[in-house]
Design a protein around this ligand. Structure first.
Ligand SMILES: NC(=O)c1ccc[n+]([C@@H]2O[C@H](COP(=O)([O-])OP(=O)(O)OC[C@H]3O[C@@H](n4cnc5c(N)ncnc54)[C@H](OP(=O)(O)O)[C@@H]3O)[C@@H](O)[C@H]2O)c1
Length: 319
């Protein structure tokens, strides 16, 4: 489900490269590897998911659901596929975790209260509800589900300009990079191809069925470190402007994509994934940013619109 940009597209490429027979269902069209079948449908439109997928429901060994954000997205999938699959993989997020004094954050750590009404947390809270629903379904009917709590990603084709692309553009233009406080907060990233490779490595592995994994890289950096590495990939020295934390916290949209920049660093434990899955990340942070910039420089740059007005406001205020 999905499979037409970012993590989903990497997954499709990786599955095809490994010789799997792949079908995608999505509503946006993109060029796909030869032999990949595309079923067109917008799952958010009432009735569409069933109308498109039900005739094919006995054709799949595994389903990767990359475009489920709420329980209502998963319910028809479970109804259609329960008892018919060897594997159902749900892409959750590390946004399910509550903040913790103890690091690294592991799979056993506390997740958000599924009834938390705070709209700022809704993405993570909805993923918690999805996870709970899948665990309940597994207990009820044995759905062979694996839950992946994916960390922040880097790499080509970010759907939002605020990850790597706007940093690369600022650096190319010689614009300053505004960093909240010292920029020492940890941020734990993973390259999108490494997420996809982990997903493919789940197939045929009985150990992972019924399990939940945090999916992150094996290297960790700080906000400042990420900026320095992006600058190195671009081939420039960054001009960093440190913005007082109280001012940075008032910025809307935020100065930096990753919330850690103003709320505090997070390190995730990936030992469980490394132990159970035949996978190690291929990208380190430096090679990951280089790969991301190579794609950006080769044409990715023109796919985004860049707005530096927020930066300019803060710079003007700081004199
Ligand atoms: N990226 C991250 O940092 C991150 C971190 C943790 C977890 N996750 C999870 O990973 C899953 C995939 O995330 P992602 O960031 O890779 O998602 P994404 O790029 O937003 O892609 C997901 C889907 O968005 C739809 N879409 C909407 N507008 C589109 C457009 N203009 N062009 C192409 N597709 C468009 C597509 O599905 P349709 O064509 O069907 O509409 C696409 O398959 C999600 O469940 C997310 O919660 C992501």
């Amino acid at each position: 489900m999905g499979g037409n940009r970012y993590i989903g597209l990497c997954l499709v490429n990786e599955l095809a490269r490994n010789g799997h027979e792949v079908t995608v269902m999505n509503s946006h069209d993109v060029p796909l590897p030869t032999g990949v079948r595309r079923l067109h449908g917008d799952r958010q439109q009432p009735g569409v998911l069933r109308a498109v997928l039900e005739p094919h429901r006995d054709e799949f060994d595994a389903v990767f659901d990359n475009t489920a954000y709420e329980v209502k997205d998963l319910e028809p999938m479970v109804e259609m596929f329960a008892g018919r699959l060897q594997h159902f993989v749900f892409t959750s997020s590390s946004a399910v975790y509550r903040r913790s004094f103890v690091q690294p954050v592991r799979e056993t750590f506390r997740t958000h209260d599924p009834a938390d009404p705070d709209p700022r947390k809704s993405y993570g809270v909805n993923k918690v509800q999805c996870e709970q629903y899948l665990r309940w379904v597994r207990a009820e009917n044995g759905l062979p589900a694996t839950i992946l709590r994916v960390s922040h990603t880097l790499g080509p084709r970010s759907p939002v300009v605020t990850r790597d692309p706007i940093f690369f553009r600022r650096l190319e233009l010689g614009r300053p990079i505004l960093v909240p406080g010292d920029g020492f907060a940890f941020v734990h990233l993973i390259h999108v191809n490494d997420v996809a490779r982990l997903m493919v490595a789940l197939l045929g592995n009985p150990v992972v069925v019924g399990e939940t994994y945090t999916v992150a890289g094996t290297e960790v950096t700080s906000i400042l470190g990420a900026v320095e590495m992006m600058a190195r990939a671009v081939g420039v020295r960054p001009e960093i402007v440190h913005v007082p934390m109280d001012r940075a916290r008032r910025c809307q949209p935020p100065l930096i994509h990753w919330g850690e920049a103003v709320t505090g660093g997070v390190v995730l434990g990936v030992d469980k994934a490394l132990r159970d899955i035949d996978w190690v990340p291929e990208f380190g942070l430096e090679s990951g940013y280089q790969d991301s910039y190579d794609w950006f420089a080769a044409g990715g740059r023109d796919l985004y619109q860049y707005d530096f007005a927020g930066d300019d406001d803060v710079l003007a205020e700081m004199g």
